[in-house]
Ligand binder design. Structure first.
Ligand code: ATR
Length: 284
C-alpha cells in the first residue's frame, strides 16, 4: 500500500537530555516499559552543552517532542523553565526545586515534575520492603539529589531524617528550608553513635569512587544502607557498609527504574511492571 494511505500514527518522541548522556539507561528502560504496555514510542539521548538547555528543549518541542527526562546538570534549569508563565510545576518538583520530567502539552505549555523522590521511596518500600514509618534515617549529602528526595521521604512519617554533609552549613540550610521538625542537620563526624535504621548516600562521593566519611558507629547490625548511585559492581560505600556489619546494602538501580516508571505514567497514563525491568537490566 502507498504511504499516502498509511494512516498508522507516528510513534511519540521522547528523550533524555543532559551532559553526559551516552551511558544513560533511560532509553533501554523506556523501551522495556513500552513493550510491556503496548505503547509505540521513540526514546533517544540528547547531549546538550551547558548554556544551551532552553534552546534545546524548544527545538525538541517544536519537532513533535512529547516528553523529556532531564538529567545532570540541567534539573535546576528545567525547574526554572517550568516557573515561566503558562508552564506548570507539580508540588513535589516545587519542593525539590528541580525537575527530571517534562511533558509537552497540546496547548504548547510545559508541565514539569520530579519523580526521583517517588522512585527512591517506592524502591525502598516496595522492592526492598523497608517501611519508612517510624524509622530513624540518616541521609548523607545536601545537594540536589538529597533535596529531591526529602519531601517524599518526610511524607512517609519517619521518626527522624538527619542530613549529614561534608559542609555542615549546607545541611543546616536545607533543613531550615524544609522547616520540618523531623528533619535534623549535622556534619559528617557528628552523627548519632547509637546508629540508624536506614542510611542513604545521596552525596556524589561514589561518583568519584570515594567514601563520604561518615562514622562507622552509624551502622547497627539491623541497618539497611542505600546508595543512590548505581554501577555494575557494588559501590565503595556499599562495600564499606557491608564490611562494618550492615544488614543489607542496595544501589540506586531500583530508584532509576522506579523514577522512570513514574515518568512513563505521567506521559502515558499506564503503570509498567518495574520489578521485571530491574531484573532484566541486571542481566544486561
Ligand atoms: P547533586 O546535585 O548530585 O546532589 P551537588 O549539588 O554537587 O550534586 O552535591 C553533591 C553533594 O555530595 C554535596 O552534599 C557534597 O558535599 P559538600 O556540600 O560539602 O560539597 C557531597 N560530596 C561530594 N563529594 C564528597 C566527598 N568526597 N565526601 C563527602 N561528601 C561529598
Amino acid at each position: 500500500m502507498s504511504d499516502l494511505f498509511d494512516f498508522k500514527p507516528k510513534p511519540k518522541n521522547f528523550a533524555v537530555m543532559g551532559n553526559p548522556v551516552d551511558h544513560s539507561k533511560s532509553p533501554t528502560i523506556h523501551s522495556f516499559f513500552a513493550q510491556q504496555c503496548g505503547v509505540d514510542l521513540e526514546y533517544g539521548r540528547i547531549q546538550v552543552d551547558v548554556g544551551g538547555f532552553e534552546q534545546a528543549v524548544s527545538h525538541f518541542q517544536a519537532h513533535d517532542g512529547a516528553g523529556l527526562n532531564i538529567t545532570v546538570p540541567f534539573k535546576v534549569e528545567a525547574w526554572q523553565l517550568c516557573q515561566k508563565t503558562n508552564n506548570q510545576l507539580s508540588k513535589r518538583a516545587q519542593l525539590a526545586q528541580s525537575v527530571n520530567t517534562l511533558k509537552f502539552e497540546r496547548d504548547g505549555s510545559i508541565f514539569g515534575d520530579n519523580t526521583d523522590g517517588f522512585g527512591m521511596i517506592h524502591d525502598i518500600q516496595h522492592n526492598i520492603g523497608c517501611i519508612l514509618r517510624n524509622q530513624k534515617v540518616l541521609i548523607v549529602g545536601a545537594g540536589g539529589a538529597v533535596r529531591g528526595v526529602l519531601g517524599p521521604l518526610i511524607e512517609c512519617q519517619p521518626q527522624s531524617v538527619t542530613i549529614a554533609n561534608r559542609t555542615p552549613s549546607k545541611a543546616h540550610e536545607l533543613a531550615e528550608q524544609f522547616a520540618n521538625p523531623l528533619i535534623l542537620a549535622t556534619g559528617l563526624e557528628k552523627t548519632d553513635p547509637e546508629g540508624y535504621d536506614l542510611i542513604v548516600n545521596g552525596s556524589s562521593a561514589s561518583l568519584h569512587n570515594a567514601l563520604p566519611g561518615i562514622d562507622v558507629s552509624c551502622i547497627r547490625s539491623s541497618t539497611l544502607v542505600y546508595d543512590m548511585m548505581y554501577a555494575s559492581q557494588p559501590t565503595l560505600f556499599m562495600k564499606w557498609a557491608l564490611s562494618h556489619g550492615a544488614a543489607g546494602v542496595f544501589d540506586g538501580l531500583g530508584m532509576l527504574v522506579e523514577q522512570a516508571a513514574e515518568s512513563f505514567f505521567i506521559w502515558h497514563n499506564k503503570r509498567p511492571d518495574s520489578c521485571s525491568v530491574i531484573e532484566a537490566l541486571k542481566k544486561l
